[in-house]
Unconditional design. Structure first.
Length: 261
């Protein structure tokens, strides 16, 4: 059960001190959308509550345009699926211990991949955003390490399988998941998971999320449009259709024509 707004506010003061608030004026309004609305979904009791005044923030499409720039579109990104030049990018901030993230991964994400990623419309970029403690952080680093051997998607599926999170994410369990995911070099996997590069990648994702006000999982951006929580497939389909139409109108949907060839 999610904490009440009052308990979330009172329990988050010490955590807020540990995580500097980095929300810029350009994304303040969206920070309210992600940080407050999605807080109702799966935020743990000690997660930092994020609030910000939107008085000086740009409105509507200006904010979304700023958030859309967070799409990395790196062709070699192992934590992404789909064309780098797809007209629509969905960014997902998620935690492997989050039940709603698992529900999205099992029920909704495969449909998005089948319907939109495979035809070139959509790119999905995952951001590791652990908020449930040491096990969450360890799982995030393990997912990144699996990605270094081109097994992120397989690890992602194994770690979000029904009942997986109940088994925990201790070191032995993470190694078991790596085997299940088909990671070929398990010694390298363990080195990568414990290395500085994994920690730096995790920090980059976390700082990005906190900068725009993410405080619970799952949280999403669809071409800069926030979506809070594991919404039904229709909600994502509508957001993707709208984003695709806007991209086409703005002349940024080059991938559309290429995918049709």
């Amino acid at each position: 059960m999610s904490p009440s707004p009052s308990s979330s506010s009172s329990s988050s003061s010490s955590a807020s001190a540990r995580k500097p608030l980095l929300i810029s004026a350009g994304v303040a309004l969206a920070a309210v959308t992600l940080g407050v609305v999605s807080w109702q979904a799966t935020a743990p009791e000690d997660a930092p509550a994020r609030t910000s005044s939107s008085a000086s923030a740009p409105q509507g499409s200006d904010v979304h345009a700023e958030l859309a720039k967070l799409a990395r579109r790196e062709s070699g990104d192992e934590l992404a699926a789909g064309r780098a030049d797809a007209p629509v990018v969905l960014i997902e901030y998620s935690d492997f211990k989050c039940g709603y993230c698992g529900k999205f991964a099992r029920d909704t994400e495969p449909e998005l991949v089948k319907k939109y990623v495979e035809d070139g419309t959509l790119r999905i970029e995952w951001r590791n955003f652990p908020i449930f403690g040491a096990d969450s952080e360890a799982a995030a680093k393990a997912a990144w390490a699996a990605g270094q051997q081109d097994r992120f998607a397989q690890f992602h599926a194994a770690a979000y399988a029904d009942g997986a999170k109940e088994k925990g994410f201790g070191q032995a369990r993470l190694l078991e998941l790596a085997r299940e995911a088909g990671v070929p070099d398990l010694e390298r996997f363990q080195r990568d998971m414990a290395g500085e590069a994994a920690a730096a990648a995790l920090q980059k994702d976390q700082e990005e999320g906190y900068r725009i006000g993410v405080s619970s999982t799952p949280s999403f951006l669809v071409n800069g449009q926030p979506i809070a929580g594991a919404q039904p497939l229709d909600a994502f389909a509508a957001a993707i259709a709208k984003a695709k139409a806007q991209a086409k109108a703005e002349g940024t949907g080059q991938a559309d024509g290429r995918a049709a060839q």
